[in-house]
Write a new protein. Structure first.
Length: 360
């Protein structure tokens, strides 16, 4: 049940290819890694070739409803989040289960089950420059229990608790991302004003301390971050649980510690990426919030961090929100070759990965 429409794209872009049902998780140079149902695929985009890497074990409900997108959406049966550790190794989360794979393994290694929820959000897990992996807990958490960030590296039998937000401090963790400029791990949280934090971990004699740079209102509610040498960028994710009527892209100055409101983008901002030319991209979603001017998910782009323009637009489908919001995500890694990957879900156009190229 894929759509038969194409998204609107700006005159600077062309649709190079579409992979219905393939969800891109990582890209580097001409390669991209996808999941399609329980299969992990490694593809060369330049010569349009691909190969199956491995197959994930299925729950009985996945086998029962395989290929039925309505049920896959309702029961959240897709790979939720993914970390490419190196060119031949990855870690992923599927329905709360954690799997590790490296070249030479026919089947992925099962590392256990997260304690609460189905696993982190797509930007809620990362790997640092030493190969250490991290993830932040994400679940409904109506009772506002303590929420933790965990770490793991090859050779460890279990995940280690790196840091815990105390009971009542936050609801859950949205993003855990590695900053390549400072080599720090950054974390974002939500959802109420007082639960919204953006900051980083600093090593101390007793472990790590969390150093916030923004907090206390919906401007500090972010689902992903972008890093440059001068700034940290994010978009606010004030959704249908708030009275906020507009979301913005912000940037925080590393040198001066000042926060700047850069661009009004309307709907809640979820995901972001930066290509090998330094162009920055943020996507907005459709979830039924006051900030949404219509039923379109959008990609916004900037070449300098100051001037932003809309370049892609997908329309939310007619399914109720219980089947998933209208979203556009991006694979981890750095898009190159003048292309970007728009991973669409909950839209009238084909759900899956749209490969877009900039015209020369």
């Amino acid at each position: 049940m894929f759509g038969d429409r194409e998204p609107w794209v700006s005159e600077r872009l062309t649709i190079a290819a579409v992979r219905p049902g393939w969800y891109a998780h990582h890209c580097k140079d001409n390669e991209a890694w996808f999941s399609c149902n329980e299969t992990i695929i490694r593809a060369n985009i330049e010569n349009d070739s691909w190969k199956k890497v491995t197959r994930l074990p299925c729950y009985s409900i996945q086998r029962m409803f395989k290929g039925l997108q309505t049920f896959e959406r309702l029961f959240r049966l897709r790979v939720k989040s993914y970390v490419q550790i190196d060119d031949e190794t990855f870690l992923l989360f599927l329905k709360g289960r954690v799997f590790f794979w490296e070249a030479g393994l026919e089947n992925p290694q099962y590392l256990g089950q997260v304690e609460r929820g189905n696993g982190p959000l797509p930007s809620g897990c990362c790997v640092d420059n030493n190969g250490v992996c991290y993830f932040g807990e994400y679940w409904g958490n109506e009772k506002r229990e303590s929420v933790s960030v965990y770490s793991w590296e090859r050779g460890q039998a279990t995940w280690q608790r790196l840091y815990s937000f105390t009971q009542g401090e936050i609801r859950h963790i949205h993003a855990v991302q590695f900053d390549p400029f400072t080599k720090r791990v950054w974390v974002t949280t939500g959802d109420r004003d007082e639960e919204c934090f953006i900051g980083y971990f600093e090593k101390t004699g007793a472990g790590v301390a969390f150093i916030p740079v923004a907090q206390g209102s919906q401007h500090a509610r972010a689902a992903s971050l972008l890093f440059t040498g001068e700034y940290v960028y994010w978009g606010s994710d004030a959704g249908k649980d708030t009275r906020v009527e507009s979301n913005w892209i912000y940037r925080w100055s590393r040198e001066h510690g000042e926060l700047e409101q850069v661009e009004n983008v309307g709907g809640p901002v979820y995901y972001s990426t930066m290509d090998d030319k330094g162009r920055m991209f943020f996507s907005t979603g459709v979830e039924g919030s006051l900030s949404e001017r219509d039923r379109y998910c959008r990609i916004w782009m900037s070449e300098d961090g100051e001037l932003w323009r809309e370049i892609v637009r997908f329309e939310k489908d007619n399914y109720p929100m219980i089947f998933g919001y209208g979203l556009i995500s991006f694979p981890q890694g750095t898009p190159s070759g003048n292309r970007i990957y728009a991973v669409a879900s909950g839209v009238r156009e084909s759900a899956g990965t749209w490969i877009l190229e900039f015209l020369k």
